[in-house]
Design a protein around this ligand. Structure first.
Ligand SMILES: C[S@@+](CC[C@H](N)C(=O)[O-])C[C@H]1O[C@@H](n2cnc3c(N)ncnc32)[C@H](O)[C@@H]1O
Length: 281
């Protein structure tokens, strides 16, 4: 893995990366759409009532809430490095009447839980953003009981595919890679999960891949709109400009390209993911 613009993060016991997206409304519009069914299907056959689950980097908690409903009366704990987004997650749990879920601040590199605390430790779209994903996986294993599962799923930006082709969207992807890596993350994480898990010392690893596909009128309008807004209004936009990766005018141009692309009746977008299920011995 090359993080060209950041110092080595090996064995850091705390977060060294900057979370690229932040929690602007245009970001939460995407994260709040997520369910256990559309984002953790590879894990669902392993879940049953009574399991205790840790959801690392839970964000606004819609997946966490689904997991809580599936394992009740088992306990589910959602943790995130950002305190602000947890109020949203708590609201989701209250709206759904869930009493077996709680949320707290934690850094995946140094989780504040004793060894062997959970049956399942899950992270969706988190390892791509952290400074030391191997350390994070080791820490997830530490808090997982013997016989339990560490589960992770990450998209792989370098494998995204779309049509119609647009040079400005090629520029969007190139810019995203540069900003995310300068922040200390690895946007092509999906293809690396298996390797990271092996480096973390797991030996019983099941690997799969799965996609999101956005192609109906509602889907392409939603996806293009949230990326257009995120490109000009979110923490990502600020980091792109302050880091010298793009000008405000360039971001505006990319956002316009997203909006135009989203009006096309034949627009199609695929987001591939890598997935790992690691059995703890
Ligand atoms: C892309 S969001 C995914 C949220 C949620 N898992 C989902 O899929 O909807 C990544 C989340 O990881 C959190 N995060 C980033 N670095 C973290 C760290 N070191 N420890 C815990 N959470 C972290 C961010 O604050 C953010 O909410």
């Amino acid at each position: 893995m090359t993080h060209a613009s950041v110092p080595s993060t090996s064995d850091a016991a705390h977060e060294t990366a900057v979370y690229t997206h932040g929690h602007h409304e245009s970001v939460l519009r995407s994260h709040s759409w997520r369910t256990a069914a559309n984002s953790a299907a590879y894990l669902l056959p392993e879940l049953r009532a009574g399991l205790d689950v840790l959801d690392v980097g839970c964000g606004p908690g819609t997946i966490t809430a689904d997991l809580a409903a599936l394992v009740a009366p088992g306990r589910v704990t959602g943790v995130d490095a950002a305190e602000g987004v947890l109020s949203k997650a708590r609201s989701v749990a209250v709206e759904r009447g869930l009493e077996n879920v709680e949320f707290t601040v934690a850094d995946v590199h140094a989780l504040d839980f004793p060894d062997d605390s959970f049956d399942v430790v899950h992270a969706h779209q988190v390892l791509q953003h952290v400074g030391d994903p191997v350390r994070a996986l080791r820490e997830m294993r530490r808090v997982c009981r013997p016989g339990g599962l560490v589960a992770a799923r990450d998209s792989d930006y370098g494998a995204f595919a779309w049509f119609p082709e647009r040079p400005a969207l090629d520029g969007w992807l190139d810019l995203y890679h540069r900003v995310a890596r300068a922040n200390g993350g690895e946007p092509d994480a999906g293809r690396r999960l298996f390797s990271w898990a092996r480096e973390a010392g797991f030996t019983d690893i099941t690997t799969t891949a799965a996609t999101w596909c956005f192609a109906t009128p509602d889907e392409r309008s939603w996806w293009s709109g949230l990326w257009a807004d995120r490109t000009v209004d979110s923490a990502y936009a600020d980091l792109a400009v302050s880091g010298g990766h793009a000008t405000t005018a360039e971001l505006t141009s990319i956002a316009e390209a997203w909006r135009e692309w989203g009006t096309r009746d034949d627009a199609w977008f695929m987001v591939p993911h890598g997935e790992i299920l690691c059995r703890v011995s």
